[in-house]
Design a protein around this ligand. Structure first.
Ligand SMILES: CC(C)(COP(=O)(O)OP(=O)(O)OC[C@H]1O[C@@H](n2cnc3c(N)ncnc32)[C@H](O)[C@@H]1OP(=O)(O)O)[C@@H](O)C(=O)NCCC(=O)NCCS
Length: 149
């Protein structure tokens, strides 16, 4: 949570999980639970979300990820995100998916770059205080792939 304003308490984390489940029930998609294929161990979330904040590029659908630290660096976020993009551009039929993070979050930016998302400048996140070192965010965009004819 180094690139978020503060770690979540157990109650806040439970609330977030409940919101994810509610949004999936309402929309049919959202931030999905991520599991290891072999053991079905729960390791975090990866998926698609409509940001609640009004952002300079709203309306949009973002792809996001958050994994338990012991599972970092194994390509799991990228693998899960590739599945989420397939669903976003396929079954959901989105024209574009964006992603954004605090500029210093190089791990998350590496995932965006591995997904071939296009660096599209920076913006100040409106929900973070002006003085916050996390306020400056970078934006990545990915258009729906066109089928070769
Ligand atoms: C961002 C996050 C989901 C990445 O998960 P992950 O499974 O480790 O991601 P992957 O292994 O698929 O890819 C990570 C990439 O970061 C690279 N990386 C690892 N450590 C790094 C570092 N210190 N600096 C820069 N890049 C780094 C890896 O090398 C890898 O790229 P590569 O395969 O080209 O080498 C995970 O770190 C996380 O949960 N972070 C905390 C939550 C968060 O910040 N979420 C994003 C908020 S927008």
């Amino acid at each position: 949570m180094a690139f978020f304003p503060a770690p979540l308490s157990r109650a806040e984390s439970d609330l977030l999980a409940d919101r994810c489940a509610t949004l999936i029930r309402e929309r049919g998609w959202g931030f999905w639970a991520a599991e290891l294929k072999a053991s079905h161990q729960f390791i975090g979330f990866v998926g698609l979300h409509v940001p609640t904040a009004e952002l300079p590029f709203s309306p949009c659908v973002e792809i996001g990820w958050r994994l338990s630290v012991e599972h970092w660096g194994k390509g799991l976020a990228t693998e899960a995100a590739q599945g989420a993009l397939r669903i976003g551009f396929g079954a959901i039929g989105l024209e574009e998916i964006v992603s954004f993070t605090a500029v210093g979050n190089t791990r998350s930016r590496a995932v965006m770059e591995k997904l071939n998302m296009c660096p599209s400048g920076t913006f100040e996140h409106p929900l973070l205080p002006i003085e916050s070192p996390l306020r400056l965010h970078c934006l990545y965009r990915l258009k729906r792939p066109r089928l070769e004819t």
